[in-house]
Design a protein around this ligand. Sequence first.
Ligand code: HLD
Length: 496
Amino acid sequence: NVVLVDGVILNGPTTDAKAGERFVEDACRLIMEEVILKATDIREKVCEWRPPEELKRLLDLELRDAGEPHHRLLERCQDIIRYSVKTNHPRFFNQLYAGLDYYSLVARFMTEALNPSVYTYEVSPVFLLVEEAVLKKMIEFIGWKEGDGIFNPGGSVSNMYAMNLARYKYCPDIKEKGLSGLPRLILFTSAECHYSMKKSASFLGIGTENVCFVETDGRGKMIPEELEKRVQEAEKEGAAPFLVCATSGTTVLGAFDPLDEIADICERHGLWLHVDASWGGSALMSRKHCRLLQGIHRADSVAWNPHKMLMAGIQCCAFLVKDKSDLLKRCYSANASYLFQQDKFYDVSYDTGDKSIQCSRRPDAFKFWMAWKALGTLGLEERVNRALALSRYLVEEIKKREGFKLLMEPEYANICFWYIPPSLRQMEEGPEFWAKLHLVAPAIKERMMKKGSLMLGYQPHRGKVNFFRQVVISPQVSREDMDFLLDEIDLLGRDM
Ligand SMILES: O=C(O)c1cc(=O)cc(C(=O)O)o1
Protein backbone atom coordinates (compact mmCIF):
# COMPACT_ATOMS: atom_id res chain seq x y z
CA ASN A 1 0.00 0.00 0.00
CA VAL A 2 1.39 3.31 -1.11
CA VAL A 3 1.39 6.00 1.59
CA LEU A 4 0.93 9.46 0.18
CA VAL A 5 1.16 12.71 2.18
CA ASP A 6 0.74 16.00 0.32
CA GLY A 7 1.19 14.01 -2.90
CA VAL A 8 4.56 12.68 -1.77
CA ILE A 9 5.18 8.90 -1.78
CA LEU A 10 6.67 7.97 1.58
CA ASN A 11 7.30 4.27 1.00
CA GLY A 12 10.92 3.18 0.96
CA PRO A 13 14.02 5.36 0.52
CA THR A 14 14.12 7.77 -2.42
CA THR A 15 17.80 8.28 -3.16
CA ASP A 16 19.17 5.66 -5.56
CA ALA A 17 21.89 4.44 -3.21
CA LYS A 18 23.41 2.10 -5.79
CA ALA A 19 23.94 4.91 -8.31
CA GLY A 20 25.28 7.16 -5.57
CA GLU A 21 27.76 4.54 -4.44
CA ARG A 22 28.99 4.09 -8.01
CA PHE A 23 29.46 7.84 -8.31
CA VAL A 24 31.50 7.89 -5.12
CA GLU A 25 33.71 5.06 -6.40
CA ASP A 26 34.24 6.77 -9.77
CA ALA A 27 34.95 10.12 -8.14
CA CYS A 28 37.42 8.60 -5.66
CA ARG A 29 39.26 6.94 -8.52
CA LEU A 30 39.43 10.29 -10.31
CA ILE A 31 40.79 11.99 -7.18
CA MET A 32 43.38 9.23 -6.73
CA GLU A 33 44.53 9.49 -10.35
CA GLU A 34 44.32 13.22 -10.92
CA VAL A 35 45.35 14.58 -7.54
CA ILE A 36 47.13 12.12 -5.31
CA LEU A 37 49.20 10.17 -7.81
CA LYS A 38 50.21 13.41 -9.54
CA ALA A 39 50.59 15.45 -6.32
CA THR A 40 54.38 15.15 -6.09
CA ASP A 41 55.15 14.81 -9.81
CA ILE A 42 57.26 17.84 -10.73
CA ARG A 43 56.40 17.22 -14.39
CA GLU A 44 52.85 18.32 -13.55
CA LYS A 45 51.94 22.01 -13.59
CA VAL A 46 51.43 23.79 -10.26
CA CYS A 47 48.54 25.70 -11.77
CA GLU A 48 46.53 25.83 -15.01
CA TRP A 49 45.94 29.59 -15.07
CA ARG A 50 42.80 31.05 -16.71
CA PRO A 51 41.39 34.57 -16.15
CA PRO A 52 38.11 34.61 -14.16
CA GLU A 53 35.70 35.35 -17.04
CA GLU A 54 37.17 32.53 -19.13
CA LEU A 55 37.19 30.12 -16.19
CA LYS A 56 33.52 30.85 -15.45
CA ARG A 57 32.69 29.80 -19.00
CA LEU A 58 34.90 26.71 -18.86
CA LEU A 59 33.36 25.50 -15.59
CA ASP A 60 29.72 26.20 -16.57
CA LEU A 61 28.96 27.13 -12.97
CA GLU A 62 25.28 27.92 -13.55
CA LEU A 63 22.83 25.85 -11.39
CA ARG A 64 19.76 24.73 -13.34
CA ASP A 65 16.33 23.18 -12.63
CA ALA A 66 17.31 19.75 -13.88
CA GLY A 67 20.24 17.76 -12.45
CA GLU A 68 23.01 16.27 -14.57
CA PRO A 69 23.91 12.66 -15.27
CA HIS A 70 26.87 11.18 -13.45
CA HIS A 71 29.15 11.01 -16.47
CA ARG A 72 28.66 14.75 -16.94
CA LEU A 73 29.32 15.38 -13.25
CA LEU A 74 32.53 13.37 -13.46
CA GLU A 75 33.68 15.50 -16.40
CA ARG A 76 33.02 18.55 -14.28
CA CYS A 77 35.01 17.07 -11.41
CA GLN A 78 37.86 16.60 -13.87
CA ASP A 79 37.66 20.27 -14.90
CA ILE A 80 37.49 21.40 -11.28
CA ILE A 81 40.64 19.44 -10.47
CA ARG A 82 42.36 20.66 -13.66
CA TYR A 83 41.83 24.34 -12.91
CA SER A 84 42.48 24.11 -9.16
CA VAL A 85 45.92 25.12 -7.91
CA LYS A 86 47.89 22.02 -6.89
CA THR A 87 48.84 23.07 -3.38
CA ASN A 88 50.32 19.59 -2.87
CA HIS A 89 52.85 20.20 -5.65
CA PRO A 90 56.54 20.35 -4.59
CA ARG A 91 56.84 23.77 -6.26
CA PHE A 92 53.83 25.35 -4.58
CA PHE A 93 55.59 27.80 -2.24
CA ASN A 94 52.87 30.45 -2.22
CA GLN A 95 51.57 30.26 1.35
CA LEU A 96 52.50 29.25 4.89
CA TYR A 97 51.08 25.82 4.11
CA ALA A 98 52.01 23.34 1.38
CA GLY A 99 52.40 19.71 0.46
CA LEU A 100 50.49 16.53 1.05
CA ASP A 101 50.57 14.48 4.21
CA TYR A 102 49.06 11.16 3.16
CA TYR A 103 48.01 10.23 6.68
CA SER A 104 46.16 13.46 7.35
CA LEU A 105 44.54 13.11 3.93
CA VAL A 106 43.09 9.75 4.93
CA ALA A 107 41.83 11.35 8.14
CA ARG A 108 40.17 14.05 6.03
CA PHE A 109 38.51 11.45 3.80
CA MET A 110 37.24 9.64 6.89
CA THR A 111 35.80 12.71 8.60
CA GLU A 112 34.17 13.87 5.36
CA ALA A 113 32.48 10.47 5.08
CA LEU A 114 31.61 10.22 8.77
CA ASN A 115 30.56 13.89 8.89
CA PRO A 116 30.58 14.36 12.69
CA SER A 117 30.00 17.64 14.46
CA VAL A 118 32.34 17.96 17.43
CA TYR A 119 30.09 19.50 20.07
CA THR A 120 29.02 16.55 22.21
CA TYR A 121 30.41 13.14 23.11
CA GLU A 122 27.16 11.48 22.04
CA VAL A 123 27.63 12.67 18.46
CA SER A 124 31.44 12.61 18.26
CA PRO A 125 32.79 10.27 20.92
CA VAL A 126 35.99 9.43 19.03
CA PHE A 127 36.81 12.91 17.73
CA LEU A 128 36.25 14.62 21.06
CA LEU A 129 38.68 12.21 22.72
CA VAL A 130 41.13 12.71 19.83
CA GLU A 131 40.91 16.50 20.26
CA GLU A 132 41.52 16.12 24.00
CA ALA A 133 44.56 13.90 23.40
CA VAL A 134 46.08 16.23 20.81
CA LEU A 135 45.52 19.37 22.91
CA LYS A 136 47.09 17.62 25.91
CA LYS A 137 50.20 16.77 23.90
CA MET A 138 50.49 20.26 22.39
CA ILE A 139 50.21 21.75 25.90
CA GLU A 140 53.12 19.53 26.93
CA PHE A 141 55.27 20.97 24.12
CA ILE A 142 54.42 24.51 25.22
CA GLY A 143 55.77 23.55 28.65
CA TRP A 144 52.57 23.85 30.70
CA LYS A 145 51.75 21.09 33.23
CA GLU A 146 48.11 21.27 32.19
CA GLY A 147 45.75 23.67 30.48
CA ASP A 148 42.76 23.89 28.19
CA GLY A 149 42.13 24.49 24.53
CA ILE A 150 40.05 24.00 21.45
CA PHE A 151 40.53 23.65 17.71
CA ASN A 152 39.35 26.63 15.70
CA PRO A 153 38.62 27.37 12.04
CA GLY A 154 41.77 29.45 11.56
CA GLY A 155 44.62 31.13 13.37
CA SER A 156 42.78 34.42 13.04
CA VAL A 157 39.92 32.96 15.11
CA SER A 158 42.40 31.76 17.74
CA ASN A 159 43.81 35.29 17.99
CA MET A 160 40.26 36.59 18.34
CA TYR A 161 39.61 34.05 21.11
CA ALA A 162 42.75 35.23 22.92
CA MET A 163 41.71 38.88 22.73
CA ASN A 164 38.21 38.12 23.95
CA LEU A 165 39.39 35.77 26.70
CA ALA A 166 41.94 38.30 27.97
CA ARG A 167 39.21 40.94 28.05
CA TYR A 168 36.83 38.55 29.82
CA LYS A 169 39.52 37.78 32.42
CA TYR A 170 40.01 41.53 32.87
CA CYS A 171 36.28 42.26 33.25
CA PRO A 172 34.04 39.12 33.44
CA ASP A 173 30.86 41.23 33.58
CA ILE A 174 31.27 41.98 29.89
CA LYS A 175 29.66 38.64 29.04
CA GLU A 176 26.33 39.80 30.47
CA LYS A 177 26.65 43.57 30.55
CA GLY A 178 28.39 44.21 27.22
CA LEU A 179 30.75 47.03 26.38
CA SER A 180 29.06 49.97 28.14
CA GLY A 181 30.96 51.27 31.14
CA LEU A 182 34.21 49.62 30.09
CA PRO A 183 37.45 51.63 30.43
CA ARG A 184 39.41 52.29 27.22
CA LEU A 185 41.08 48.89 26.77
CA ILE A 186 44.46 48.91 25.05
CA LEU A 187 46.35 45.94 23.63
CA PHE A 188 49.92 45.77 22.43
CA THR A 189 51.37 43.78 19.59
CA SER A 190 54.24 44.13 17.17
CA ALA A 191 54.28 46.04 13.93
CA GLU A 192 54.93 42.64 12.30
CA CYS A 193 51.89 40.98 13.85
CA HIS A 194 49.26 39.13 11.84
CA TYR A 195 46.51 41.28 10.35
CA SER A 196 43.96 39.33 12.39
CA MET A 197 44.92 41.55 15.35
CA LYS A 198 43.20 44.46 13.61
CA LYS A 199 40.30 42.26 12.51
CA SER A 200 39.86 40.98 16.08
CA ALA A 201 39.98 44.45 17.64
CA SER A 202 37.29 45.75 15.31
CA PHE A 203 35.18 42.58 15.49
CA LEU A 204 35.25 42.64 19.31
CA GLY A 205 34.47 46.34 19.59
CA ILE A 206 37.87 47.19 21.09
CA GLY A 207 38.71 49.39 18.10
CA THR A 208 41.81 49.28 15.92
CA GLU A 209 42.87 52.66 17.38
CA ASN A 210 43.35 50.80 20.66
CA VAL A 211 45.81 48.35 19.15
CA CYS A 212 49.31 49.64 19.84
CA PHE A 213 51.80 48.42 17.24
CA VAL A 214 55.14 48.23 19.02
CA GLU A 215 58.25 48.87 16.92
CA THR A 216 60.41 45.92 15.81
CA ASP A 217 64.14 45.61 15.20
CA GLY A 218 65.87 45.02 11.86
CA ARG A 219 64.84 41.34 11.88
CA GLY A 220 61.18 41.99 12.65
CA LYS A 221 61.32 41.16 16.37
CA MET A 222 59.35 43.22 18.91
CA ILE A 223 61.63 45.57 20.93
CA PRO A 224 60.86 44.96 24.64
CA GLU A 225 62.03 48.43 25.68
CA GLU A 226 59.55 49.92 23.20
CA LEU A 227 56.78 47.75 24.66
CA GLU A 228 57.56 48.88 28.20
CA LYS A 229 57.51 52.50 27.05
CA ARG A 230 54.15 52.16 25.27
CA VAL A 231 52.55 50.40 28.23
CA GLN A 232 53.67 53.13 30.61
CA GLU A 233 52.36 55.82 28.23
CA ALA A 234 48.98 54.10 28.09
CA GLU A 235 48.80 53.82 31.87
CA LYS A 236 49.68 57.52 32.22
CA GLU A 237 46.85 58.41 29.81
CA GLY A 238 44.45 56.54 32.11
CA ALA A 239 43.76 53.84 29.50
CA ALA A 240 43.51 50.17 30.53
CA PRO A 241 46.25 47.94 29.07
CA PHE A 242 45.08 44.31 29.24
CA LEU A 243 46.86 42.23 26.61
CA VAL A 244 50.16 41.77 24.83
CA CYS A 245 50.19 39.63 21.71
CA ALA A 246 53.66 38.42 20.80
CA THR A 247 54.38 36.59 17.57
CA SER A 248 56.43 33.43 17.15
CA GLY A 249 57.00 33.24 13.41
CA THR A 250 55.69 36.40 11.75
CA THR A 251 53.86 35.95 8.46
CA VAL A 252 56.26 37.67 6.08
CA LEU A 253 59.68 37.63 7.73
CA GLY A 254 59.28 34.57 9.99
CA ALA A 255 60.55 36.57 12.97
CA PHE A 256 60.29 35.35 16.59
CA ASP A 257 59.63 37.89 19.37
CA PRO A 258 61.77 37.70 22.57
CA LEU A 259 59.15 36.00 24.74
CA ASP A 260 61.01 35.97 28.07
CA GLU A 261 61.57 39.73 28.06
CA ILE A 262 57.99 40.34 26.93
CA ALA A 263 56.69 38.01 29.67
CA ASP A 264 58.64 40.03 32.26
CA ILE A 265 56.82 43.18 31.13
CA CYS A 266 53.43 41.40 31.19
CA GLU A 267 54.08 40.18 34.74
CA ARG A 268 55.13 43.65 35.86
CA HIS A 269 51.97 45.28 34.49
CA GLY A 270 49.52 42.40 35.03
CA LEU A 271 48.85 41.87 31.32
CA TRP A 272 47.64 38.71 29.56
CA LEU A 273 50.35 37.33 27.29
CA HIS A 274 49.11 35.69 24.10
CA VAL A 275 51.65 34.17 21.73
CA ASP A 276 50.56 33.92 18.11
CA ALA A 277 52.63 30.89 17.18
CA SER A 278 50.28 29.96 14.33
CA TRP A 279 53.26 29.67 12.02
CA GLY A 280 56.25 29.24 14.34
CA GLY A 281 54.66 26.95 16.94
CA SER A 282 55.73 23.85 15.01
CA ALA A 283 59.36 24.59 15.90
CA LEU A 284 58.42 23.43 19.43
CA MET A 285 58.56 19.87 18.06
CA SER A 286 62.23 20.25 17.19
CA ARG A 287 64.79 19.95 19.98
CA LYS A 288 67.18 21.85 17.69
CA HIS A 289 64.88 24.79 16.93
CA CYS A 290 62.50 25.06 19.92
CA ARG A 291 64.79 27.72 21.39
CA LEU A 292 63.16 30.11 18.92
CA LEU A 293 60.17 30.04 21.30
CA GLN A 294 62.19 30.25 24.51
CA GLY A 295 59.84 31.51 27.24
CA ILE A 296 56.59 30.40 25.60
CA HIS A 297 55.66 28.46 28.76
CA ARG A 298 55.05 31.88 30.38
CA ALA A 299 52.23 32.69 27.96
CA ASP A 300 48.61 32.70 29.11
CA SER A 301 47.44 31.52 25.68
CA VAL A 302 48.95 30.27 22.43
CA ALA A 303 47.73 29.92 18.85
CA TRP A 304 49.42 27.09 16.91
CA ASN A 305 48.36 25.87 13.46
CA PRO A 306 49.47 22.32 12.59
CA HIS A 307 48.08 22.89 9.08
CA LYS A 308 51.12 25.07 8.33
CA MET A 309 54.59 23.59 8.83
CA LEU A 310 53.20 20.22 9.99
CA MET A 311 50.96 19.79 6.92
CA ALA A 312 47.86 18.61 8.75
CA GLY A 313 45.57 19.95 6.03
CA ILE A 314 43.65 23.25 6.03
CA GLN A 315 42.22 24.10 8.58
CA CYS A 316 43.90 22.72 11.67
CA CYS A 317 44.34 25.43 14.30
CA ALA A 318 44.69 24.99 18.04
CA PHE A 319 43.96 27.66 20.62
CA LEU A 320 45.62 26.72 23.91
CA VAL A 321 45.05 28.26 27.34
CA LYS A 322 47.25 27.86 30.42
CA ASP A 323 44.37 28.37 32.83
CA LYS A 324 43.22 24.84 33.71
CA SER A 325 40.02 26.03 35.39
CA ASP A 326 36.99 26.38 33.15
CA LEU A 327 37.85 29.97 32.11
CA LEU A 328 37.41 29.15 28.42
CA LYS A 329 34.05 27.53 29.04
CA ARG A 330 32.84 30.26 31.39
CA CYS A 331 33.75 32.84 28.76
CA TYR A 332 31.99 31.20 25.84
CA SER A 333 29.34 28.83 27.16
CA ALA A 334 25.64 29.45 26.55
CA ASN A 335 24.42 26.10 27.86
CA ALA A 336 22.07 25.21 24.99
CA SER A 337 19.60 22.81 26.54
CA TYR A 338 19.22 20.79 23.32
CA LEU A 339 22.95 19.97 23.15
CA PHE A 340 24.42 20.22 26.63
CA GLN A 341 21.75 18.49 28.69
CA GLN A 342 23.13 18.06 32.22
CA ASP A 343 21.14 14.87 32.92
CA LYS A 344 22.74 12.66 30.25
CA PHE A 345 23.67 9.09 31.15
CA TYR A 346 27.41 9.78 30.68
CA ASP A 347 30.00 12.23 32.09
CA VAL A 348 28.92 15.48 30.40
CA SER A 349 32.31 17.09 31.00
CA TYR A 350 33.18 15.38 27.69
CA ASP A 351 30.65 17.62 25.94
CA THR A 352 33.29 20.30 25.29
CA GLY A 353 31.57 22.08 22.40
CA ASP A 354 30.33 24.90 24.62
CA LYS A 355 33.94 26.17 24.93
CA SER A 356 33.63 27.23 21.33
CA ILE A 357 31.88 30.23 19.77
CA GLN A 358 30.79 27.75 17.09
CA CYS A 359 27.95 25.28 17.24
CA SER A 360 28.69 22.79 14.45
CA ARG A 361 32.39 22.16 14.38
CA ARG A 362 34.65 19.98 12.21
CA PRO A 363 37.00 17.37 13.80
CA ASP A 364 40.14 19.26 12.73
CA ALA A 365 42.33 17.72 15.45
CA PHE A 366 41.98 14.30 13.82
CA LYS A 367 44.03 15.30 10.76
CA PHE A 368 46.92 16.17 13.04
CA TRP A 369 46.42 13.14 15.29
CA MET A 370 46.62 10.74 12.33
CA ALA A 371 49.83 12.28 10.98
CA TRP A 372 51.31 12.33 14.48
CA LYS A 373 50.27 8.71 15.10
CA ALA A 374 51.87 7.69 11.80
CA LEU A 375 55.09 9.70 12.01
CA GLY A 376 55.52 9.94 15.76
CA THR A 377 56.98 12.97 17.48
CA LEU A 378 60.35 12.08 15.97
CA GLY A 379 58.92 12.06 12.46
CA LEU A 380 57.34 15.48 12.94
CA GLU A 381 60.57 16.79 14.46
CA GLU A 382 62.45 15.55 11.41
CA ARG A 383 59.95 17.35 9.14
CA VAL A 384 60.66 20.66 10.90
CA ASN A 385 64.42 20.09 10.92
CA ARG A 386 64.49 19.22 7.22
CA ALA A 387 62.41 22.28 6.23
CA LEU A 388 64.78 24.55 8.14
CA ALA A 389 67.86 22.80 6.74
CA LEU A 390 66.49 23.24 3.22
CA SER A 391 65.84 26.91 4.05
CA ARG A 392 69.46 27.26 5.14
CA TYR A 393 70.59 25.65 1.84
CA LEU A 394 68.54 28.14 -0.14
CA VAL A 395 69.93 31.09 1.81
CA GLU A 396 73.49 29.99 1.02
CA GLU A 397 72.60 29.48 -2.66
CA ILE A 398 71.06 32.97 -2.86
CA LYS A 399 74.21 34.45 -1.38
CA LYS A 400 76.23 32.81 -4.15
CA ARG A 401 74.04 33.98 -7.01
CA GLU A 402 74.33 37.27 -8.85
CA GLY A 403 71.01 39.09 -9.11
CA PHE A 404 69.58 37.66 -5.88
CA LYS A 405 69.59 39.82 -2.73
CA LEU A 406 68.40 38.67 0.72
CA LEU A 407 66.33 41.16 2.71
CA MET A 408 67.83 39.76 5.91
CA GLU A 409 69.25 36.62 7.47
CA PRO A 410 66.09 34.53 8.18
CA GLU A 411 65.40 32.88 11.57
CA TYR A 412 62.94 30.33 10.19
CA ALA A 413 61.52 28.98 6.92
CA ASN A 414 60.68 32.36 5.36
CA ILE A 415 63.39 33.42 2.90
CA CYS A 416 62.74 36.97 1.65
CA PHE A 417 64.73 38.19 -1.32
CA TRP A 418 64.75 40.43 -4.36
CA TYR A 419 65.53 39.23 -7.88
CA ILE A 420 67.45 42.02 -9.67
CA PRO A 421 67.39 41.58 -13.47
CA PRO A 422 70.64 42.33 -15.37
CA SER A 423 69.19 45.64 -16.63
CA LEU A 424 69.12 46.99 -13.06
CA ARG A 425 72.30 45.45 -11.70
CA GLN A 426 74.52 48.39 -12.63
CA MET A 427 72.09 51.02 -11.30
CA GLU A 428 72.82 52.88 -8.09
CA GLU A 429 70.31 51.78 -5.41
CA GLY A 430 68.37 55.06 -5.45
CA PRO A 431 64.65 55.90 -5.82
CA GLU A 432 64.61 55.08 -9.54
CA PHE A 433 66.25 51.69 -8.94
CA TRP A 434 63.73 50.75 -6.24
CA ALA A 435 60.78 52.01 -8.30
CA LYS A 436 61.85 49.79 -11.19
CA LEU A 437 62.61 46.84 -8.92
CA HIS A 438 59.10 47.13 -7.43
CA LEU A 439 57.68 46.07 -10.81
CA VAL A 440 59.85 42.98 -11.24
CA ALA A 441 58.35 40.48 -8.78
CA PRO A 442 54.73 40.97 -9.93
CA ALA A 443 55.80 40.53 -13.55
CA ILE A 444 57.75 37.35 -12.80
CA LYS A 445 54.82 36.06 -10.74
CA GLU A 446 52.49 36.56 -13.71
CA ARG A 447 54.87 34.64 -15.98
CA MET A 448 55.32 31.76 -13.54
CA MET A 449 51.58 31.37 -13.05
CA LYS A 450 50.82 31.44 -16.78
CA LYS A 451 53.57 28.87 -17.31
CA GLY A 452 52.43 26.83 -14.30
CA SER A 453 56.03 26.07 -13.33
CA LEU A 454 56.12 27.57 -9.82
CA MET A 455 54.08 29.56 -7.28
CA LEU A 456 55.89 31.89 -4.92
CA GLY A 457 54.50 34.77 -2.89
CA TYR A 458 55.66 38.38 -3.18
CA GLN A 459 54.73 41.52 -1.26
CA PRO A 460 55.87 45.02 -0.41
CA HIS A 461 56.54 45.26 3.31
CA ARG A 462 56.99 48.24 5.63
CA GLY A 463 58.65 50.51 3.11
CA LYS A 464 60.46 47.81 1.18
CA VAL A 465 59.50 47.33 -2.48
CA ASN A 466 58.01 44.07 -3.74
CA PHE A 467 60.15 41.07 -2.83
CA PHE A 468 59.66 37.32 -2.99
CA ARG A 469 58.88 35.29 0.13
CA GLN A 470 60.01 31.71 -0.24
CA VAL A 471 58.50 29.32 2.32
CA VAL A 472 59.95 25.85 2.74
CA ILE A 473 57.69 23.23 4.33
CA SER A 474 57.12 19.98 2.48
CA PRO A 475 59.33 16.87 2.70
CA GLN A 476 58.50 16.37 -0.99
CA VAL A 477 60.62 19.45 -1.73
CA SER A 478 64.23 18.67 -2.65
CA ARG A 479 67.46 20.59 -2.97
CA GLU A 480 66.90 20.34 -6.72
CA ASP A 481 63.61 22.21 -6.28
CA MET A 482 65.49 25.00 -4.52
CA ASP A 483 67.96 25.19 -7.43
CA PHE A 484 65.03 25.10 -9.88
CA LEU A 485 63.37 27.97 -8.01
CA LEU A 486 66.36 30.26 -8.48
CA ASP A 487 66.99 29.12 -12.08
CA GLU A 488 63.32 29.60 -13.00
CA ILE A 489 63.08 33.09 -11.49
CA ASP A 490 66.21 34.09 -13.39
CA LEU A 491 64.88 32.51 -16.60
CA LEU A 492 61.53 34.32 -16.26
CA GLY A 493 63.00 37.65 -15.20
CA ARG A 494 66.34 38.08 -16.94
CA ASP A 495 64.90 40.05 -19.87
CA MET A 496 63.15 42.57 -17.63
O1 HLD B 1 47.50 29.45 6.97
C1 HLD B 1 48.18 29.90 6.07
O2 HLD B 1 48.75 29.25 5.18
C2 HLD B 1 48.40 31.35 6.01
C3 HLD B 1 47.81 32.20 6.86
C4 HLD B 1 48.12 33.56 6.76
O3 HLD B 1 47.63 34.38 7.53
C5 HLD B 1 48.99 33.98 5.77
C6 HLD B 1 49.52 33.05 4.96
C7 HLD B 1 50.49 33.43 3.94
O4 HLD B 1 50.90 34.59 3.94
O5 HLD B 1 50.86 32.52 3.18
O6 HLD B 1 49.24 31.75 5.05
